[in-house]
Structure formats: structure tokens, C-alpha cells
Design a protein around this ligand. Sequence first.
Ligand SMILES: Nc1ncnc2c1ncn2[C@@H]1O[C@H](COP(=O)(O)OP(=O)(O)O)[C@@H](O)[C@H]1O
Ligand SMILES: [Mg+2]
Length: 335
Amino acid sequence: MTLTFTHPPTATPEDSAAHERTDPGCSPMIQVEQLDKVFEGGFQALKNVSLEIQRGEIFALLGPNGAGKTTLISVICGLARASSGRVKVDGHDTVADYRQARAMIGLVPQELTNEAFTTVWDTVSFSRGLFGKPKNPAHIENVLRALTLWEKRNNRLLTLSGGMKRRVLIAKALAHEPKVLFLDEPTAGVDVELRREMWEVVRQLRDQGVTIILTTHYIEEAEEMADRIGVILRGELVLVKEKAALMRQLGRKELTLHLDHALEQVPAALAGHDLALTEEGHALVYTYDVTRQEQGTGIAGLLADLEATGIRVKDLHTRQSSLEEIFVNLVREKT
Ligand SMILES: Nc1ncnc2c1ncn2[C@@H]1O[C@H](COP(=O)(O)OP(=O)(O)O)[C@@H](O)[C@H]1O
Ligand SMILES: [Mg+2]
């Protein structure tokens, strides 16, 4: 499957009257400044959230259920009003320049809501019309083909499988050629195979220059997809980092030493090291903090002590902790 998704110039006369827009090539695609959202009952769902999203990146907003992901997306997309703070999309203020800002955005909502009796073609074409864009059957065809919906274009939505319905939601969000695509929990409740397909679609969109923001409570999804990860907990953006740096900096490493002869317990002589006995005594696992590398990992000392106790190591390997472990530790720290 290839996605040919092009961006004809989208500037309109109002656009070029230029608000404080500078060089669109390097300004952030999305600027979120000090957002608060307090719902009517007084519940504060967003607390002083500031965030910049760069053009062409895949940004994953990771957080448990109820953290405020959908609320943040709704405010950025202009569907919900912030209590304070502001958002710009491609330089357009989402309140003052709502229409221009919204036209930049494609939103794939969390909930599946489809008009059961409409055909795939009609529902996707109609979405384009909502943004006042002239008809462009070639673009709609591209989008449908890219999402392998072309064969189903004349099907009514109620005849489609859950996976196909999700694809239709993405197609609808892409119908007006947005520069930014928001996917709110795109793969929640989706089987593994479809999840991988969705990831592939998202990557292709990014390769075509679309900026992608996805929310997820699946750590695996953030780990797999994101260039940068923001972690949101109880309405607070507690961390924003390049995925690779996050995994490097917060990560712990494990060194597993496979032993020639099984041990009953960790020898007293090695008590000074953070060791655990596994594999029925056949392996020692040493955990160390990669952030403390300047002070040394302690590996040299451990190996020397092992040597002194006469324990023979026949093999060893290291493993970086996963984003999952990092995330669990972070949540534990912050709550
Ligand atoms: N309209 C609303 N009125 C009051 N509280 C709401 C409303 N919408 C969401 N919330 C609350 O705000 C919090 C964040 O919700 P949401 O943004 O949907 O979380 P997430 O998408 O991360 O699961 C939750 O505690 C939710 O109950
Ligand atoms: Mg949500």
C-alpha cells in the first residue's frame, strides 16, 4: 500500500494577511501555551499545559484513562474552550482564527460514530465539503486507496467491519488535506494485526509531511511510533522528551550473568551489589542505572568480586528497560 498524499498550496488570502506568522518552515506546527481547563462542575482536567509540536513529527501523548488526553486534543482542535491559555495551529489562534486553524486539522475521534446508511465514498467526500474545500475526487480516491477502502467505496458503513470503520474515520479526517492529524486512541480495542496496519498508515502519512499527534494508553504504541513522547497524568504534562533520550535517560539496564554452576543464593561476598538470582540459580541479574554512568556502572567491581569468589560466568548479556518500566516508575513517583 502506498499513500500518495500531496499538499497543494493551502494559503488563502486571509492567510497571507499574516498574523504573527513567521517562516512557516521552522515555526512549530502547534503551540500550546499555559492551558487550563476547568469543567462546569469545577473539575480541573488540564493544568497549565504548554507544549510545542514540530512539523512532520509523530508526537505521542501517553497517559492512563482519565488523564486528560481527549480534553487536551479537544481544546487544541477548538472543539472545547480552554479556561485560560491559548493554542495556535500553523500560526492561527484556535479561538480568534478558528476556521483557518481548524482547516489545518484532521481529527480522528476516539469514539466510532458513523452514519450507518451512507456509503464510504459519500461520507468521506462530505467531510471535505464541511471545510468548504472544492470537490477533488482524485484526492478522495488517493485517500481511499491508501487506506485500502477503495474496493469498499460503494458499501454502506453498516456493512463494514470494525477495522474498516476505523479506516473510514481516518479517511474522513484526511479528506480536506489537513497538515496535522490527531488520532485519539486510534487502536483502542483493535486487534494486533489491525494495530500494526494502522501504525503503517500513520508512518506513511508522516512520510508525506503530515504532522501526527496520537494519544494512547498503550505504552507499546508510543514506543513503536513516536519521535517524541509527552506523558500526561491528572491533567498535567509531566514530561516531554525525545523517545530515544527518554529511554536512555530514565532507563535502567540489566546485566545478566549466566553461570557455569547453579547457586543456592547470592553469596554474602556479593551482597554489596544489586543482584538477584534467577533461572533456578543459573543466572545472576545485576541492575544498574544508566543515568549514573559517570559514577561508574559498578560492573568492573562486580566482575572483580565474582572472580574473587570463584564463580564462573559462561555468558552475559545486557538489556535496556522498556518504556513500560520507565512509565510505571514515573507514574509511581508522581502520584
Ligand atoms: N464534560 C466533562 N465534564 C466534567 N468532567 C469531564 C468532562 N469530560 C471529561 N471529564 C473528566 O476529565 C478527565 C479527563 O478526561 P479525558 O480527557 O476524557 O481523559 P482521557 O482521554 O485521558 O482518558 C476525566 O476525569 C473525565 O472524567
Ligand atoms: Mg480519551
